[in-house]
Write a protein that binds this ligand. Structure first.
Ligand code: DQA
Length: 153
């Protein structure tokens, strides 16, 4: 990738600040900072500047998506439990003009029935779930590939 550096927003939803302590049998022992560092390294290698925001508040996440309009080339979002019911986040992402990757550490489809609904999926370019921390690198790779493809078409 020799073009201009691109900016990508990584958003982390509620309770992800507790990663490392929170249900380690489900989410592993790595912290959110570990995952962000992994994603940032993968991004740097692909000519991407990664910005990260974690919030436990729906409105802050919505505002971050608004602020990304015209500024970020793509969004990677692990919406936490907002995945399953935040139509506000759905609508904000629908108004974002760029690729959106929905990311989960666990595989929500293999868990409780209420986790099998994602209101983010309909406005996402694609979803990566179930690969634990490796998903962060996969998400960056997916975004880079989509952006490269867009740039060359
Ligand atoms: C999660 C899955 C969600 O169902 C859950 O509410 C989370 C984390 C994941 O990364 O696996 O908080 O998004």
């Amino acid at each position: 990738m020799n073009g201009p550096r691109r900016s990508v927003l990584l958003l982390s939803g509620p309770n992800l600040n507790l990663l490392g302590e929170r249900e380690p049998s489900v989410y592993g022992t790595a912290t959110l900072a570990d995952h962000v560092a992994r994603a940032a390294a993968a991004a740097t290698a692909r000519g991407i500047d990664l910005q990260h925001l974690q919030s436990n508040h729906e409105g802050e996440l919505v505002a971050a998506v608004h602020a990304a309009r015209g500024r970020s080339a793509a969004i990677i979002v692990n919406p936490g439990a907002f995945t399953h019911y935040s139509w506000a986040l759905h609508d904000a992402l629908a108004a974002f003009d760029g690729p959106v990757v929905e990311l989960h550490l666990s595989n929500p489809d293999g868990r409780e029935p209420w986790r099998r609904t994602s209101v983010v999926a309909p406005v996402a370019t694609g979803t990566i779930s179930g690969f634990g921390g490796h998903g962060y690198e996969l998400a960056v790779a997916a975004v880079a590939t989509v952006l490269d493809r867009e740039a060359s078409s």
